[in-house]
Design a protein around this ligand. Structure first.
Ligand code: UGA
Length: 315
């Protein structure tokens, strides 16, 4: 039986990945420090189904301060998803949280991993490393010019992962996720905020003119990409993980209106600092090297998320 270490296991993507690994017969050592960036009861809820699994354990610890030796010992694959997420909140005094969690804790975990020789170390990066990409779709070797402090820390983490592969042969693989959505999406993210407003009878806040586009990616597809990267990602490589459902915020709201059957009141606010106008990833490398092909189109993913939001909000 293989053992995985999943950091950020109580988070949006980490909890789905943990469930997938358990279903595949793995033993999963989950780690999460339950930071209060958002309501921790949502994180408790994310791992509720895993609690009864004898092959799943959850350590509540902070990677920045914990002794990581014991944590990585005997682990076959490490999925490092723990992070301070969120593009728009990474300015000002908050930046320290981003640097300590996204850069320093990542370096500490990479160091610890050297002692155990895992077969893969998968690092959760972000499309935000591209910033305003000069061309679409952005391939992995396109220039990286993050426009948010968050993106800077994610790019630093990627560089660290690459360095540990180059210098020590640690088989690291980085995945650039593109705006992930679906059941358990973080409450600070767009779709979650939109559904909450829709069911609360309040206006949705649209940043800018709403014509900005994202290459939205459904959670089940991201889970699959993580799994494939952990099995067969090329050591040292970086892969885009994008859903191929590029759409504007206004288009998303139109779909939400039809799947929820509720009227959507749109309130336009200024464009936010750090938000790129468009994102779009070239899927070729992940398809060729990982066999990753996203399966869930936006309308289907939004319907699934609608169901989950209704359950969460009890409407
Ligand atoms: C998301 C995640 O939050 C990051 O952690 C991740 O790294 C990033 O995706 C990525 O792809 O790299 P973001 O694209 O900003 O960042 O995702 P959302 O918060 O879901 O926003 C999507 C779009 O909706 C953005 O254009 C944003 O400006 C817009 N939005 C969001 C609004 O118009 N109103 C809102 O209230 C919230």
């Amino acid at each position: 039986m293989k053992t995985a270490l999943v950091t950020g296991a109580a988070g949006f993507i980490g909890s789905h990945l943990s469930e997938r690994l358990i279903a595949d017969g793995w033993r999963v050592r989950g780690v999460d420090c339950f930071t209060d960036y958002y309501d921790t009861t949502l994180k408790e809820r994310n791992v509720r189904g895993l609690a009864s699994e004898s092959r799943f354990s959850l350590d509540r610890l902070d990677l920045r301060t914990a002794d990581l030796g014991a944590l990585v010992s005997g682990v076959d694959v490490i999925w490092h998803l723990a992070a301070q997420a969120g593009v728009r909140a990474s300015w000002g005094a908050e930046f320290e949280t981003y640097t300590t969690i996204n850069i320093q804790a990542t370096q500490k975990l990479l160091e610890a991993a050297l002692e155990t020789n895992p077969t893969r170390f998968v690092y959760a990066s972000s499309s935000s490393v591209y910033g305003e990409a000069p061309e679409f779709p952005a391939a992995e070797d396109s220039p990286t010019n993050p426009i948010s402090p968050y993106g800077v820390t994610k790019l630093a983490g990627e560089h660290l992962a690459r360095l540990y592969e180059k210098s020590y042969g640690l088989p690291t693989v980085s995945l650039r996720y593109f705006t992930v959505y679906g059941p358990r999406q973080r409450p600070d993210m767009g779709f979650h905020r939109f559904y909450r407003a829709i069911y609360g009878g309040e206006p949705v806040t649209v940043y800018g003119d709403g014509r900005q586009t994202r290459d939205f990616t459904f959670i089940a597809d991201v889970t699959e990409a993580n799994y494939l990267a952990g099995m067969q990602g090329r050591p040292g490589a970086v892969y885009n993980v994008n859903g191929g459902s590029r759409a504007s915020v206004l288009e998303v709201l139109d779909i939400m209106e039809s799947v929820s059957g509720r009227e959507v009141i749109r309130e336009f606010l200024p464009k936010q600092k750090g938000d790129p106008l468009h994102t779009g990833g070239d899927p070729a490398k992940a398809r060729e090297e990982l066999g990753f092909v996203p399966k869930v189109p936006l309308s289907e993913g939004l319907a699934a998320m609608n169901g989950w939001m209704k359950e969460l909000l009890e409407v």
